[in-house]
Design a protein around this ligand. Structure first.
Ligand code: SF4
Ligand code: SF4
Length: 274
C-alpha cells in the first residue's frame, strides 16, 4: 500500500510501536520512515541517544524505547515530517498526538480542530493542548488531545473554520470524497514529495504526451530529489499505465546513472574529504 498510495497501512504502523507496557508508561515517538532515503537528522539530534547511530545514511532509524523520554526533539528536526509523539498514558480516555506543523498561522491553544488521518480524511475532532514553535529552529510542534482509540489514526488537522467553509460553500456535510477523483485518488495528492509535484501535474504531463517515467522525470524533475524516485517512480508508472492502457509491468522505471548509491566524497578521493 505504501508504494502505491504513499499511505502506510496498519501492519507497518504496528511495527513502529513499543510494547503495551511502554505505551502505557509515558509518551513515545512513532517514526513513520519506511524507505531507505539519505537522511539522518533524527539519529543525530536525540539528546538521549535513543535513536541508534546509523551505519549508513540510508539506514532506517531504529529506536530504543527504553532510553526515549518522548521529548519530541526528533520530530522537530525530521525533514520528512515522519515522526509523531503519542501519549497513551493520560488515563482519562483521551490520548495525545504531537505532530510537526509547517503552516502559517499556528493554531491557538484550546482551539477545536478537525482531525485527519494519513490519507487526508476527516476522522473527528481534537483539541489543541500545546503549541511549541521552538526557540531557534526546527518545525513547530502542535499537540492535539484526541479520543484514545484515534491516536494511531490522527496525523494531521485543519481548522474547523476551513471545514465549516467547505460545508457552507456546498451546502452539504463535510465530505472529503469531493477531493477524490473517480479512481478514488486525490488529484492534489503529492506524488513526488521531494520536488513537490502533485498527481494532477503528473496526469497533465501524461495527457500532453509524456508517457514514460523518464520523460516525466526530465520535464518535471519528479524523481530527481533526495529519494531518487523510490516513492514517486512506481506511482508515476501506475498513472502512465492507467491513462495509456499499457500493462503496468511494461512501464519501465526511470534510468539511474551511477553511482546508484550516494557515497561520501572520501569514497572518490581515497579518504581525503577536502
Ligand atoms: S522523542 Fe526525544 S528522547 Fe525520544 S527518540 Fe525523539 S529525541 Fe530521542
Ligand atoms: S525522514 Fe525523518 S525519520 Fe526518516 S531518517 Fe530522516 S529525520 Fe529520520
Amino acid at each position: 500500500m505504501l508504494t502505491t498510495t504513499g499511505v502506510a497501512d496498519n501492519n507497518l504502523i504496528q511495527r513502529c510501536l513499543p510494547s503495551p507496557s511502554r505505551r502505557a508508561l509515558r509518551p513515545y515517538p512513532v517514526i513513520e520512515c519506511f524507505q531507505k532515503i539519505p537522511c539522518n537528522p533524527c539519529s543525530t539530534s536525540c539528546p538521549f541517544h535513543a535513536i541508534l547511530p546509523m551505519d549508513s545514511i540510508h539506514d532506517i532509524p531504529v529506536l530504543d524505547f527504553e532510553k526515549c523520554t518522548g521529548c519530541g526533539a526528533c520530530a522537530r528536526v525530521c525533514p520528512g515530517l515522519a515522526i509523531f509523539i503519542i501519549d497513551e498514558s493520560r488515563g482519562d480516555g483521551t490520548g495525545s498526538v504531537t505532530l510537526p506543523y509547517e503552516f502559517c498561522s499556528l493554531p491557538q491553544k484550546g482551539e477545536i480542530v478537525s482531525t485527519m488521518n494519513r490519507a487526508g480524511y476527516v476522522v473527528g475532532e481534537g483539541t489543541v493542548i500545546r503549541v511549541s514553535a521552538g526557540k531557534t529552529s526546527g518545525t513547530p510542534l502542535v499537540t492535539l488531545s484526541v479520543p484514545i482509540e484515534q491516536v494511531h489514526d490522527v496525523r494531521f488537522f485543519c481548522s474547523k473554520k476551513d471545514t465549516d467553509q467547505l460545508v457552507s460553500k456546498d451546502g452539504a456535510e463535510i465530505n472529503t470524497d469531493k477531493f477524490i477523483n473517480s479512481e478514488g485518488v486525490d488529484d492534489e495528492a503529492m506524488i513526488c514529495r521531494c520536488e513537490g509535484i502533485t498527481r494532477r501535474e503528473i496526469c497533465e504531463l501524461i495527457a500532453e504526451g509524456y508517457t514514460t517515467v523518464d520523460e516525466i522525470k526530465r520535464i518535471s524533475r519528479a524523481g530527481m530529489g533526495p529519494c531518487q524516485a523510490r516513492t514517486c517512480g512506481p506511482l508515476i508508472a501506475d498513472e502512465i499505465a492507467r491513462m495509456t492502457g499499457q500493462p503496468r509491468d511494461s512501464i519501465l522505471p526511470s534510468m539511474h546513472r551511477p553511482p546508484v548509491i550516494a557515497q561520501p566524497i572520501s569514497f572518490f578521493t581515497g579518504g581525503d574529504e577536502k
